[in-house]
Design a protein around this ligand. Sequence first.
Ligand code: NDP
Length: 255
Amino acid sequence: MSRHLFDLTGRTALVTGSSRGLGQAMAEGLAAAGAAVVLNGVDAARLADAAAEMRAGGHTVHEARFDVTDEAAILAAFATLDTRGVAVDVLVNNAGMQLRRPMVELETADWRRVIETNLTSAFVIGREAAKRMIPRGYGKIINIGSLTSDAARATVAPYTVAKGGIKMLTRAMTAEWAAHGIQANAIGPGYMLTDMNQALVDNPTFNAWVLARTPSRRWGRPEELIGTAVFLASAASDYVNGQIIYVDGGMLAVL
Ligand code: NDP
């Protein structure tokens, strides 16, 4: 075998929402495995800081600032990458948002915003990536789901529906694109320590529930997604298609 199974040298990975949190950790992990990375986010300063930090670590880093709910901006970003000769070999659809509200109080506009940000974005960006991967006969797509890809929880209905949709979008991508050498899979993180969850960590009742409910008795750290991300981005997963791998300290495995 000419290539180490987990080696990403020569590959380029676009990770949406990689200016912080889980996306930033996965981008760093993919870069450490040899990939050039395209970082994305909305906040210009945060994106620039994340890119500078990774460049200081010796990695090849491109920046593509766009809102994942803005289709015109997505098309423009891919056109710019095309012009610069940057081909996306690995796409991680990670950008997402949470909104906690009981369904009877939830405005339709907020429902749509959560679905657009967490699910429709993965379709649009996945489509644009796949259009370019199919002629090359190669591509790895990693969609970021959640425990709510498989289980519901009160006050997060649109997020639950979007993440359930991510699991099925991953299968739909598999049905259409696997024959073109594209592996589409998903990661379902458990409760991880990021900005998105800071209010929950700071809430003693919720924090105690997470610790008691998670068999490993702790929150996950962002860098604990790296192994699964590198696996799904690399040759090690070349016959793994349409799966969702939960990285959750065992939470979904137990009652
Ligand atoms: P954070 O809130 O910490 O970070 C979100 C990232 O996404 C930021 O880089 C942010 O950019 C970017 N982002 C948000 N909205 C958009 C947008 N409209 N367009 C472009 N970029 C955007 O989130 P996490 O790291 O915690 O979550 C990342 C993913 O993992 C999400 O899909 C989330 O649903 C999922 N997840 C998280 C879990 C957790 O426990 N944390 C558990 C399960 C799933 P900016 O800095 O510019 O705002």
